[in-house]
Design a protein around this ligand. Structure first.
Ligand SMILES: CC(C)(COP(=O)(O)OP(=O)(O)OC[C@H]1O[C@@H](n2cnc3c(N)ncnc32)[C@H](O)[C@@H]1OP(=O)(O)O)[C@@H](O)C(=O)NCCC(=O)NCCS
Length: 325
């Protein structure tokens, strides 16, 4: 008995940008990108595909699968760092689009960890009130937040959205088993995105490069591997489970090399790790719910399966979650 995922959904923008397309934009090659990241293609949002619009499409699918009406949603959370407006939140736009008139809605800014942080919040709300229904979305159009002249970053990220509807189940042995989330703001300079420059001269930040992602790739790589490993080990410690109990692993799709390192260190069986980073790149808060939805729709999840999620992102933020499906 616990907090369960009642339905999932996802939405990917139509336009695909392959590594070969990128060769025409920056000094790079398909071979370099594939070897260093495992990424082959990513999606790029276009007209009618703003963050809230792809979030809305994913949300509608998740509600449909869950058999939950928009009016039944009590809380709507969007994990995002690329909403088309700073205020109102992306969550309020989605609320308006789907007609979730009884919900309160807000965004979680936790970069790539936004979706799992949202699941954590949802779980706590639902434990406190078993009638509560929560819609958690991860949605990004990072293509609008990239410096397309910076080959260190523009090859890594992509656009997409995924959603999950959560509620309480009385079924024995089902639901969120545990979560283990962390942040460390001291490391912010390794992966960040400025605001637009301030209009208040007293609050101007020197060298503000504007609204795009800046990243120290090598450092991020090292921290990401260690942080994901530590959070999973910590979560196993909290829950008394081990890797042998896990049926499926849905990690944040940062890049193939990071995932291979984490898998190697924790002896994750390769066939249990869900990977789609080659198709979509790193869609930040959206990678986990997109991968979850694809897995769910491919009927790869059976009731009672133990699913491990793990993430890492700017902040730094990171963590792991275990769910009995
Ligand atoms: C970004 C990343 C792929 C770069 O790979 P790397 O092996 O660390 O590469 P480096 O940055 O050390 O650069 C190595 C060389 O490749 C070059 N290079 C960088 N990007 C390139 C590109 N897109 N194409 C071709 N060459 C590139 C560099 O200029 C450098 O050249 P030099 O040796 O002549 O100076 C890697 O650091 C990484 O995956 N980091 C984690 C990123 C991530 O997942 N972020 C999100 C976390 S949520």
């Amino acid at each position: 008995m616990g907090t369960v995922i009642l339905g999932t959904g996802s939405c990917l923008p139509r336009k695909a940008l392959t590594n070969f397309d990128l060769e025409k934009i920056v000094d790079t090659s398909d071979e370099w990108i594939r070897t260093r990241t495992g990424i082959e293609s990513r999606r790029i949002g276009g007209k009618g595909e703003k963050t809230y619009q792809i979030a809305t499409a994913a949300a509608r699918q998740a509600l449909d699968m869950a058999g939950v009406a928009p009016e039944e949603i009590d809380l709507l959370i969007v994990g995002t760092i690329s909403s088309h407006m700073l205020m109102p939140s992306c969550a309020c736009f989605v609320q308006k689009e789907i007609g979730a008139v009884n919900a309160f809605a807000y965004d979680v800014n936790a970069a790539c960890s936004g979706f799992l942080y949202g699941i954590d919040i949802a779980d706590k709300q639902i434990r406190a009130d078993h009638d509560f229904k929560v819609l958690v979305i991860g949605a990004e159009t990072l293509s609008s937040r990239l410096n397309w002249r910076d080959r260190n970053t523009c090859i890594v990220f992509g656009d997409g959205a995924g959603a999950a509807v959560l509620g309480h189940s009385d079924d024995d042995g089902r639901g969120v088993i545990g979560t283990n989330h962390c942040s460390d703001g001291r490391l912010w300079q390794l992966l960040y995105m400025h605001n637009a420059p301030s209009t208040n001269p007293d609050l101007l930040v020197a060298d503000n490069p504007g609204v795009h992602i800046v990243m120290e790739g090598r450092e991020v790589f090292k921290y990401a591997v260690k942080a994901m490993e530590d959070s999973i080990v910590g979560l196993f410690g909290k829950t008394g489970l081990t890797m042998a109990d896990v049926d499926l692993i849905i990690p944040h799709q940062a890049n193939m090399r990071i995932l291979k390192k984490v898998a190697e260190r924790l002896e994750m069986p390769e066939e249990k790790v869900v990977l789609n980073v080659m198709n979509y790149g790193n869609t930040s808060a959206a990678t986990i719910p997109i991968a979850l939805d694809e897995t769910n729709r491919a009927a790869m999840l059976r009731p009672g399966d133990t699913v491990l999620f793990c993430t890492f992102g700017g902040g730094f933020t990171w963590g792991a979650t275990l769910i009995s499906w």
